[in-house]
Design a binder for this molecule. Structure first.
Ligand code: HAM
Length: 426
């Protein structure tokens, strides 16, 4: 009886074929843009102490309340598959004493993340983000540069129908004052609010702006706005960020109701959305998190960063097709295919050696791995688009030029030299 097939879990997917080369192209663009701007690649562990996210991302967020994959190790320590990258990067900044380096420390990543969400198009339980974090400076130029870099990346990948929404949440102090004012307003209008918003008035009143409940939305239209309660420092900081984005030619809409799903934000927040994506329209977003490093036990070090979803970029981006970035990253054409003409047991060693020599010389090379007949091997070489085929026989090797059509007999150990010569002549 045939066994039932084991399938990939809900909300996860395999990456292969064309999809895999589009991703490589995206990674190459991200690397070139971010490393060109002085960002250094960082990899952090796939799982972290649960406390990192509880403290960093915030107990009141959906992510911490219901979306984390949490497990316990043998010693009873609680571990969580990372749902996002900013808290881990800040943890690493503290753990490696990076505040002693020249500031800001600029780090980028392209990694997978895990959230126990209801899976749908553009929303997965394991997904990938490209992200950038600059820690150690509160200069508005850091904010504007980070936003411009993401704008450049998305533009180069031709992400369609893109909008950038921008706002400032103010510093922690001005936010605290505003929070109290907003809480008082929400309490005064409690009867019209959704159950969910009502239950979070104390923990996270700002999320009320994000609600799709009609009663809540109507209350929120009259709510006090944070923008009107920014301190002078915060307002000036935000004005500088806007000025610099203007200089960089990055178009944005000011949206005082912009709310992000993580608690660590202060001052600048932003989000890129694409109308081409439907319900899950967030392509990427981020902002400043001036208190996070300290909250994780580190020195006072302001931070700014963003992350963008790879799958959403791929859904909304036209710039990764075979002719564009994808072409730059398409596998190198096959330069040499080594075929055997005679008993495999006797010739395999010579063929294997020849492929090794060719690869050491920088050529792309393959050999028959399926015991095909000579005719079958030549057909396979043709299907792979091989430029040359070396047919290794008992006493001699024949080198066939699959494009030019000629062929010559050679000593096996001169084949690579001959292919390289022909290559340079092309
Ligand atoms: P986030 O907005 O939660 O921010 O996620 C950033 C992006 O990741 C989203 O805009 C979306 O494209 C993608 N994304 C999120 N969840 C999913 C999912 N379930 N399936 C597919 N894609 C998803 C952060 O994660 C912050 N760490 C960003 C940041 C960095 N802020 C400061 N520095």
């Amino acid at each position: 009886m045939a066994e039932a097939k084991v399938k990939a879990p809900r909300g996860t997917f395999d990456v292969l074929g064309e999809e895999s080369s589009r991703r490589s192209a995206l990674e190459a663009r991200a690397r070139s843009i971010l490393e060109g701007a002085g960002y250094e690649r960082i990899e952090t562990p796939v799982f972290e102490a649960t406390e990192l996210f509880a403290r960093g991302v915030g107990e009141s967020t959906d992510i911490v309340r219901k979306e984390m994959f949490t497990l316990e190790d043998q010693a009873g320590r609680s571990l969580t598959l990372r749902p996002e990258g900013t808290a881990p990067v800040c943890r690493a900044y503290v753990e490696h004493g990076m505040h002693k380096r020249r500031q800001p420390v600029k780090l980028w990543y392209l990694s997978c993340f895990f959230r126990r969400e209801r899976a749908q198009a553009g929303r997965y339980r394991q997904f990938w983000q490209v992200g950038a974090e600059a820690i150690g400076s509160e200069d508005p130029a850091v904010d504007a540069e980070a936003i411009s870099l993401l704008a450049t990346l998305l533009a180069e990948l031709d992400v369609r129908d893109l909008r950038l929404r921008l706002s400032s949440l103010g510093s922690l102090a001005s936010r605290r004052e505003y929070r109290e004012r907003l809480q008082a307003y929400l309490h005064a209008n409690e009867a019209s609010l959704s159950e969910d918003v009502r239950s979070r008035i104390e923990l996270n009143p700002l999320r009320a702006f994000d609600s799709d409940h009609p009663g809540t939305q109507s209350v929120m239209r009259g709510a006090p706005l944070l923008r009107e309660h920014l301190s002078q420092d915060d307002a000036e900081h935000f004005a500088h960020v806007c000025e610099l984005l203007d200089v960089a030619g990055v178009a944005y809409e000011l949206d005082p109701t912009l709310v992000r799903g993580l608690d660590y934000y202060t001052r600048t927040v932003f989000e890129f959305t694409s109308d081409a994506l439907g319900a899950q329209s967030g392509v990427g977003g981020g902002g400043r998190y001036d208190g996070l490093v300290e909250q994780l036990g580190g020195p006072a070090a302001p931070g700014m960063g963003w992350a963008a979803g790879i799958e959403r970029i791929m859904l909304a981006g036209d710039g990764l097709g075979a002719g564009r970035g994808g072409g730059a990253h398409a596998p190198k054409p096959l330069e040499l295919f080594v075929a055997l003409d005679g008993p495999r047991e006797e010739l395999r060693g010579a063929a294997f050696g020849l492929v090794g020599q060719a690869r050491s010389a920088g050529l792309t090379a393959q050999l028959d791995l399926a015991g095909r007949s000579l005719k079958g091997q030549l057909g396979h070489a043709d299907a792979l688009g091989a430029r040359f085929v070396a047919i290794v026989g008992d006493a001699r090797t024949v080198l066939k030029d699959m494009q030019g059509g000629g062929q010559q007999e050679l000593a096996t150990n001169t084949v690579v030299h001959q292919v390289l010569r022909a290559h340079h002549a092309i």
